[in-house]
Design a protein around this ligand. Structure first.
Ligand code: EPU
Length: 337
């Protein structure tokens, strides 16, 4: 276990922000993680997974522990279903591809989401009508205080829209080390009602899609709308889609008859933040080395050497403008560090 002093975190965050860590350590075993937590108990620690959901606005005055635990294994199976355990440091999309190779279904709609297995439950990743919680069975996590391993079952996690207990009540208390997902081996339950998937499958002239076809369609859609972090730094959706009351939505609709929406419950309506930001005139806007993506206004981008501080200022300007124009508050989905 090597601790490096004054390390750049640029390679470890998908926004590609060049912030420094006071010190940095790559963690590749649970034993090493336990040891370092015990040894560094009183010092400030910062846990880093795939770095795909954070904006670094400053240097990290702490020991950064990069959770790099690897491994994928089948834990149990029946004729129709399988429980697969993946370690926290596995790349999410590589894991999706592994499942598709084995013909395990359930996460094909979540193809190409950046980040690692260990961070997927924290924000209950979701796309194209599927959320992690739909296939989540359990996860194991280490208690930072006393280094004991605890299993969290689905009901323990309080999953919601881009939410979980790990972002709320237990924030900073546990490090997720592995996740167990329950997937299908036969009778895959395809979720293809999402408009863009339907259209993409039609374009590909696929009538009876397999899970591999659905993944292909999702990958094509994401490529057409979302920037590849390897080419342009970003953290996916920077904001959450706001959920407003029916009255607020009525007021919005009175001025903008074309406002898109999804009904969440009787008095809760989700409005796409991307639409609000586009209407506010920010889509495709570029300021020096950073800006708003031209094909999806929900995504802020780093074109090269942008500072996290500048991107954060832009996010605040967007929030203020959306509030002023539509009287709707949009919250960041990305963690601002
Ligand atoms: N829209 C615009 N302009 C834009 C973007 C979107 O008008 O620039 C409107 C369109 O009317 C469109 C609607 O917003 O029909 C919805 O857009 P889209 O299908 O692209 O989805 P989204 O609500 O903007 C969410 C997730 C994405 C996920 C997609 C697909 C959140 C915060 N984001 O975006 O997740 O890929 O649905 O399911 O819920 C991520 O979390 O990083 C992410 C990319």
């Amino acid at each position: 276990m090597t601790i490096i002093n004054n390390a750049s975190l640029k390679p470890f965050n998908t926004f590609g922000i060049d912030a420094n860590a006071q010190s940095y350590c790559d963690i590749s075993s649970i034993e090493a993680l336990k040891d370092i937590l015990k040894a560094q108990h009183s010092k400030p620690l910062f846990f880093l997974g795939g770095g795909s959901n954070m904006l670094l606005t400053k240097d990290i005055e702490a020991l950064v522990l990069h959770i790099n635990l690897k491994g994928i294994e089948v834990v149990s199976e029946t004729e129709d279903t399988v429980i697969v355990k993946a370690m926290a440091g596995e790349n999410w999309h590589n894991f999706v591809l592994w499942c598709l190779q084995h013909n395990y279904g359930g996460i094909e709609n979540l193809s190409l989401i950046p980040g690692n297995i260990g961070t997927a439950p924290i924000q209950n990743i979701g796309a194209y009508g599927v959320e992690l919680k739909d296939v989540f069975s359990s996860c194991e996590a280490i208690n930072v205080e006393n280094q004991t391993l605890k299993t969290f079952l689905k009901p323990d996690c309080n999953f919601g829209y881009r939410e979980s207990i790990f972002k709320q009540d237990l924030k900073g208390d546990y490090i997720i080390t592995s996740v167990n997902l329950q997937l299908t081996k036969t009778n895959h339950h395809l979720r293809i009602d999402y408009g863009a998937i339907k259209n993409e499958l039609e374009d590909l002239q696929i009538e009876n899609p397999t899970i591999q076809d659905v993944s292909k369609a999702v990958i094509a859609i994401r490529h057409s709308k979302l920037p590849d972090p390897k080419e342009i730094g970003n953290s996916g959706s920077f904001f959450k889609n706001p959920i407003v009351t029916a009255a607020t939505f009525k007021a919005l609709e009175a001025n903008f008859a074309d406002a898109p929406s999804y009904v969440v419950s009787e008095d809760e309506i989700k409005v796409p933040a991307g639409w609000l930001i586009e209407k506010a005139g920010f889509k495709g806007k570029r300021f020096k080395d950073y800006g708003v993506h031209d094909k999806q206004a929900l995504v802020l981008v780093n074109y090269g050497n942008a500072k996290g501080k500048d991107i954060f200022k832009l996010a605040q300007l967007i929030q203020k403008t959306v509030k002023r124009l539509f009287n709707i508050t949009i919250e960041t989905e990305v963690n601002i560090i």
